[in-house]
Design a protein around this ligand. Sequence first.
Ligand SMILES: [Zn+2]
Length: 278
Amino acid sequence: MPLLSRLHQLLNADTCHAYIHTLRWKDRSLHCPRCQSHAVGPWGNYHYRPRLKRYWCHGCRRTFNDLTHTLFAQTQRSLPHWSLATFLLCLSCSSRRIARELGVHVRTSYRWCWWLRNAALSYEMDRQLVGTVEADELYHTAGSKGQAKQGGKRSLGRRPRRRRKKREPGRGHYDKDRPAMIAWVSRQGPVVVQAVRDFTVTTVQKAVDLAVQMGSRLYTDSASSYRALNGYVHEFVNHTKKEYAHGEIHEPIPLIEFPCYSALNLFGRAPWLEHSKG
Ligand SMILES: [Zn+2]
């Protein structure tokens, strides 16, 4: 039985419409999303969605509502479907699981997840961290799980790799199927995680220029790529001397925690608002 059918008291159309209205206009005055005019007035509602308020814009002489120019405009599914999908996506549920809980087709939920992730990314791409920023990197081993290179059911000509490809010695590299991932964690809360080709000075300098505002304070480990960075106040702890914290200088919490951070950021920022399906 889909989860949505059990949550209808909590997630009904009325509460969802009221929530979207508050979320969209809480920190700015009501205006037309097409021409940005503030000369707007109420214009009744829709007979098929009584709780969805409609407004008239005196600027472009057209009507709009709380969902105009959002992912939810003219969607065939109800707002509770979308709200629950967003919530489950933020809890890192798979699109198959979301489809099951919502009672929609797998392709529908896959498409929704894709739209929601894109909308969330569009809010975050230009953001730079400021203040005190901690950084650390890890190398993610690609899993090949035994597929043949050309795909299909042809024999592999080798033993399957099972869950994970075996690690090779040394630092990871994209060409070795083990790219580096660098996490920049601001002490004010926001996080930027980047997947990079390798961990050379040039790459890390490019990554930090994108993620962190010039002049910020950086706390890292003693890797030479961090120590060569220009444009930042840099301090580090030396793990080879068994030093893991030095006053307020220390590295971020284990990287395994990051999905929780991104989920919180995603949901707090209301990413579905004002983003077309493009
Ligand atoms: Zn207008």
